[in-house]
Design a protein around this ligand. Structure first.
Ligand code: C2E
Ligand code: CA
Ligand code: CA
Ligand code: CA
Length: 278
């Protein structure tokens, strides 16, 4: 469907009607999902690559709808972004994730970091800094243990004034991480002008790092470059021991993936933590 954004009025066509009807239905359900507590955070451990020691987790949202089942974020985050629902949802994610990690810090005595995904829209609509400040003061989480994951998409979106926001977050001691690095954009200049702490190598590069000499070369180069710029590196999508071996050989700092654990509900993560306590 072309030229949809112009006005809300659309000429009727059966196909379009079906489409927008379905979308509207999902949107209505998503709108209520927050109140009905159908949203849930899963947690996936992030470990030190050389030792396997847990350093924290990434919070990953799930939507558990009684009729639709568990819906993955790839299915509803884009819709939440379009409709602006990502703002209240994002607030809820930040608050829940910070509360949970603070709790686990207290029960384990470990300095665990929580990584939270942030959509461009959350920056655009303003109020993001206030939300972060409020969540940190409510949960009493030390800002150094909060890592915000941002995609290259946001940095390159010139309609959003990001640098002031990044500067503020950085000065507060919050960690900034660049997600899905290497996918879609080739611009690198931003790496030197923004206060990033961490770079996450996209799983598409990690997946074939053993079979593909090209991917191996890219991963090696990304790690070297990141380190030269003073960034830590997380490899995502680590599924097999040889991949971890390769990453260690090339001094990758942290790893995340099914090899260690899938993203799991808070309760399961809690159990995983108690088993893996150091
Ligand atoms: P992402 O931030 O790149 O998250 C990593 C995705 O890779 C997750 O998918 C995770 O389940 C998956 N993954 C982790 N380890 C492995 C592995 O070893 N192999 C493979 N094949 N996949 C692995 P998930 O949970 O379906 O999330 C998809 C995307 O949805 C995320 O990609 C992120 O962009 C977005 N998302 C998730 N939660 C949130 C949220 O709270 N807010 C926002 N704005 N976006 C979110
Ligand atoms: Ca992420
Ligand atoms: Ca920083
Ligand atoms: Ca990613």
């Amino acid at each position: 469907a072309k030229d949809k954004g112009k006005s809300s009025f659309q000429r009727f066509s059966p196909e379009m009607n079906q489409d927008s009807h379905e979308r509207l239905q999902i949107e209505t359900r998503l709108r209520r999902a927050l109140e009905l507590e159908e949203l849930e955070l899963y947690y996936q451990p992030i470990v030190q690559a050389s030792t396997g020691k847990i350093i924290g987790a990434e919070a990953l949202i799930r939507w558990n709808n009684p009729t639709l089942g568990i819906i993955s974020p790839d299915k509803f985050i884009p819709l939440a972004e379009e409709t602006g629902l990502i703002v209240p949802i994002g607030d809820w994610v930040l608050n829940t994730a910070c509360k949970d990690i603070k709790h686990w810090q207290q029960t384990t005595g470990m300095n665990l970091t929580i990584a939270v995904n942030v959509s461009p829209r959350q920056f655009r609509d303003g109020g993001f800094i206030e939300t972060v400040n409020q969540v940190l003061s409510e949960t009493q989480l030390d800002p150094q243990f909060l890592e915000l994951e941002i995609t290259e998409r946001l940095i390159l979106d010139k309609s959003i004034e990001t640098s002031g926001i990044f500067k503020h977050l950085d000065e507060k001691g919050i960690k900034l991480s660049i997600d899905d690095f290497g996918t879609g954009y080739s611009a690198l200049g931003y790496l030197k002008s923004y206060p990033f702490d961490t770079l996450k190598i996209d799983k598409s590069f990690v997946q074939d790092v053993i079979e593909s000499s090209e991917d191996a070369a890219l991963v090696t180069a990304i790690i070297t470059m990141a380190h030269s710029l003073g960034l830590k590196v997380i490899a995502e999508g680590v599924e097999e021991a040889p991949q971890l071996g390769f990453l260690n050989q090339h001094n990758c700092d942290y790893a995340q993936g099914y090899f260690f654990s899938r993203p799991v509900p808070a309760e399961d993560f809690n159990n995983w933590l108690t088993k893996n306590i150091q």
